[in-house]
Design a protein around this ligand. Structure first.
Ligand code: NAD
Length: 330
């Protein structure tokens, strides 16, 4: 099958070529998918896209006109695809539901520890010969209460890792995780999670119901000085409300791997450009905020798995026009 890749990077080519072994005809493009760039897919049966490709109705209509029948997401989230429009147009959408939940969970802990122990600041100080400790006071994780929102594959591992530090785990999800219950985690309503957690870590998908889950109202219910970690999707957080709370001290620390307007920023070298997003620029000024550019998934284990499952999805579609990892509208 001919597959056109959008938003492709050198590492995508490397891992997909290694896993493909001549099975499919892979055509890599760095261009992001949009209604305009959809024309690159002309003559291909399938396209392969990533988290920030625009796969709204207009793009899908154009893809259908060019004869595209399959969209393979090389990621787990699918909030950037209009699934209802895809179904109407007869385009099937498949994804990689799990590649390495450990990669994302471990990055969550890495962010939290970096932020809490001020490693990002001490790293720079030490390189300049400054060994003063002022301003680097952290806090012990042992004994703290951690609220996990979304206790699926990633949330479960994050909860278990926090348990290893001696933290109490409070969970919120629309369905309960039996494994976590058996390990002593407790399910509570959102308000209780907000009011009792010292650290809140987000691991639910971005849906209409979860958009701006962390807004001014939610933040007002939290403990003063709360730490928030988001490695899920940027839209879960109302960034403007979070900035106000960081300025007032209501939020004590923020670690994010995702940002609600990240599609115009992330995955590209922007270092020679003037940053146009004033909200994001303000976030970067806080000493108690750390940001990574959607890299939580980025391990060799995960990339190998993503390539292998995506190509397997395409092979299933080629053979039977069905795939066990298809996503359909709710
Ligand atoms: P998962 O499907 O295994 O778990 C998601 C959990 O969220 C499920 O238990 C589900 O019941 C729960 N949920 C659904 N609606 C909810 C709601 N309204 N409120 C609370 N919980 C709700 O998914 P996962 O593999 O654990 O991934 C979680 C999220 O992590 C994904 O949605 C994706 O957005 C994000 N992610 C980020 C990266 C990264 O690199 N930063 C990589 C992979 C996944």
């Amino acid at each position: 099958m001919k597959v056109v890749f959008f938003s492709s990077k050198s590492y995508d080519e490397q891992f997909f070529n290694a896993a493909n072994q001549g099975r499919h005809e892979l055509d890599f493009h760095e261009t992001k998918l949009s209604p305009k760039s959809a024309a690159l897919a002309e003559g291909a049966e399938a396209i392969c896209i990533f988290v920030n490709d625009n796969c709204g109705r207009e793009t899908l209509q154009r893809l259908a006109n060019f004869g595209v029948r399959y969209i393979a997401l090389r990621c787990a989230g699918f909030n950037n695809v209009d699934l209802a429009a895809a179904q109407e147009l007869g385009i099937k959408v498949v994804r990689v539901p799990a590649y390495s939940p450990h990669a994302v969970a471990e990055h969550t802990i890495a962010l939290l520890l970096t932020l809490n122990r001020r490693i990002h600041r001490s790293y720079n100080r030490v390189r300049e010969g400054n060994f003063a400790l002022d301003g680097l006071v952290g806090f012990d994780l042992n004994g703290l209460t951690v609220g996990i929102i979304g206790t699926g594959k990633i949330g479960q591992i994050v909860a278990q890792l926090f348990q290893a530090f001696g933290c109490k785990i409070l969970c919120y999800d629309v369905s309960q995780n039996e494994e976590l219950l058996s390990r002593g985690a407790e399910y509570v309503d959102l308000d209780t999670l907000f009011s009792e957690s010292d650290i809140i870590s987000l691991h639910c998908p971005l849906l209409e119901a979860t958009h701006h889950l962390i807004d001014e109202n939610a933040i007002s219910k939290m403990k003063r000085g709360v730490t928030i970690v988001n490695t899920s999707r940027g839209g879960l957080i109302d960034t403007t409300a979070v900035i106000r709370a960081l300025k007032s001290g209501q939020i004590g620390n923020l670690a994010i791997d995702v940002y609600e307007e990240e599609d115009s920023l992330f995955f590209e070298d922007q270092s020679a450009k003037v940053l146009q997003d004033d909200t994001f620029a303000r976030l970067l000024t806080f000493p108690n905020v750390i940001v990574t550019g959607h890299q939580a998934f980025f391990t060799d284990t995960a990339l190998t798995q993503i390539a292998s499952v995506t190509l397997g999805n395409l092979s299933e579609l080629e053979e039977s026009d069905t795939c066990s990892r298809e996503v359909k509208p709710a």
